[in-house]
Design a protein around this ligand. Structure first.
Ligand code: SOE
Length: 381
C-alpha cells in the first residue's frame, strides 16, 4: 500500500494542524503509506478553495456526502464542530472509509455509541484525535506506569486551563453554543484530561461534579450590539474514582495567564510523575525506590532516541512542539491502516471519554455522585 488518499471535512484550526500532519508524516516516518491530500470539504466554495490552496489539498467538495462517497478516498478525517461528527463518521464507515475524528468523539454518549457500532461493523480503522497521547513525554509516562515504576496508583490529578474567553466582550462563537459544541470547557478541555486518565491509569468509574457558566451572555460574532446566551459551561471541576485510586480534574477557559496549560500528576506507592504542556519536552519523575540520598524530582528531557517517537525526529535535545503530536498520531494511524492493526484511542475508547463527560453533566445537575457508563474497551482491530 504505497499511497493512501485522504479526504478532510473542515479546515479551521484543527484542519490546519491535521493538514500539516498529513503533509509531514511521510518525511519523518519512512515505511508508512504516503498520504495524498486528495480532497478537502467545506460548505462555502470560495472559502474551501482558499483553504485547499493554503493547506495543500488537491481538490474540493462543498458537500461532505459527496466526499464520503468518492471512490478515490480511503480515509475520512473529520475536523468539524462536534454536532456533525456522528453523521459524517457513520456515513464514512458505511462507505468503507477509515475514519479519524477530532475530539471529543461526539456531542452525546448515544452518538458516540452509534459511531463505535458503525466503525466496528464496517471493520474500518478508527481513531479519535486525542493528540496529547502523542506527546513523547506523555507516552513515556504511560510506559513507566505500565512497567510498574509507580507501583500501586493512588492518585491522578489533572488540570486544563485556558483564558481565551475571559473578556466578557469576547463573542458568542460556536464553542459557546451547546447545540453545536455539546458542552463547553468540559467537552473541549475536560475530554483531553479524561482521555489521558484512561491512557495513563484506567477508566473513571464514578464522578462528583460542578460546572458553571460565569459569563451568561455575550455579543454575537456578526452583530456585536446583540447579546446571546452562552449555553455551555465556562468551567468544570470533578472528582472521581479509577479503581481504588482517587482522581481530580479541573477545566476552565477563565484562568487569566493560563494560555494552554494542561498538567497532570500521578502518585503511586513507588513514586510520582508530573507533566505540564508548557514544558512539553520534559517529564518529572520522583522515584522513591532510589537510595534515600538520591531521591528527588528528576527532570527527564524526553528527547533521546530511546524515548517514544523521538527516533523519527531530531538528535537528542532538539525539542518538539504542538504540531508534532498530530504528525505522530497520523503516522500511527497510517501504519495501522497498512498493517490492519490496532490504533488508539479507537472510537470505543473515545466513547469511554464521552461516558465520563455524560456522567459529569448528570452529576452537576443532580448534585450527587453519578456512575460512568461502562463502555466496552475495544480497539480498532
Ligand atoms: C481549545 O481552545 C483548544 O483549541 C482545543 O479545542 C484543542 O483540543 C486543544 O488542543 C487546544 O485548545
Amino acid at each position: 500500500m504505497a499511497e493512501i488518499n485522504v479526504g478532510m471535512v473542515g479546515y479551521a484550526f484543527m484542519g490546519k494542524a491535521h493538514s500539516n500532519a498529513w503533509r509531514q508524516a511521510p518525511h519523518f516516518f519512512p515505511g508508512i503509506p504516503r498520504p495524498r491530500l486528495k480532497a478537502i470539504c467545506g460548505r462555502t466554495r470560495i472559502a474551501v478553495e482558499h483553504a485547499a490552496t493554503e493547506l495543500g489539498w488537491e481538490s474540493t467538495e462543498t458537500d461532505w456526502r459527496r466526499l464520503v462517497e468518492r471512490k478515490d478516498i480511503d480515509v475520512v478525517d473529520i475536523v468539524t464542530p462536534g454536532d456533525s461528527h456522528a453523521e459524517i463518521a457513520i456515513a464514512a464507515a458505511q462507505a468503507g472509509k477509515h475514519v479519524i475524528c477530532e475530539k471529543p468523539l461526539a456531542n452525546s454518549l448515544a452518538e458516540a455509541r452509534a459511531m463505535v457500532a458503525a466503525a466496528e461493523t464496517a471493520g474500518v480503522r478508527n481513531m479519535v484525535m486525542f493528540n496529547y497521547r502523542r506527546v513523547p513525554a506523555i507516552a513515556l509516562a504511560q510506559r513507566l506506569i505500565a512497567e510498574g515504576r509507580l507501583g500501586r496508583i493512588f492518585h491522578y490529578r489533572a488540570q486544563y486551563l485556558q483564558d481565551w474567553i475571559v473578556d466578557p466582550k469576547f463573542p458568542r462563537v460556536w464553542r459557546l453554543d451547546k447545540t453545536v459544541a455539546g458542552s463547553g470547557a468540559l467537552g473541549d478541555l475536560g475530554a483531553h484530561i479524561a482521555d489521558l486518565a484512561l491512557y495513563l491509569v484506567g477508566p473513571v468509574q464514578r464522578v462528583f461534579a460542578v460546572t458553571a457558566t460565569m459569563i451568561e451572555e455575550r455579543p454575537l460574532p456578526d452583530k456585536r450590539d446583540t447579546l446571546a446566551p452562552v449555553t455551555v459551561d465556562d468551567c468544570a471541576a470533578f472528582i472521581g474514582t479509577i479503581g481504588q485510586a482517587t482522581a481530580a480534574f479541573e477545566v476552565t477557559r477563565l484562568a487569566p495567564g493560563r494560555k494552554n496549560y494542561l498538567a497532570f500528576e500521578v502518585n503511586g506507592s513507588r513514586g510520582s510523575l508530573r507533566f505540564n504542556l508548557e514544558r512539553l519536552n520534559e517529564l518529572e519523575f520522583y522515584d522513591r525506590t532510589l537510595p534515600e540520598p538520591a531521591q528527588g524530582w528528576n527532570n527527564i528531557m524526553v528527547t533521546d532516541g530511546g524515548h517514544p517517537y523521538i527516533s523519527h525526529w531530531w538528535p537528542a535535545g532538539h525539542v518538539l512542539g504542538y504540531e508534532h503530536t498530530f504528525i505522530n498520531a497520523v503516522a500511527d494511524f497510517l501504519a495501522a491502516v497498512a498493517a490492519k492493526g490496532e490504533v488508539h484511542p479507537s472510537f470505543a475508547e473515545g466513547a469511554m471519554t464521552n461516558a465520563v463527560l455524560d456522567a459529569v453533566e448528570r452529576s452537576a445537575q443532580s448534585g450527587t455522585w453519578e456512575s460512568v457508563a461502562a463502555e466496552r474497551r475495544r480497539s480498532a482491530s
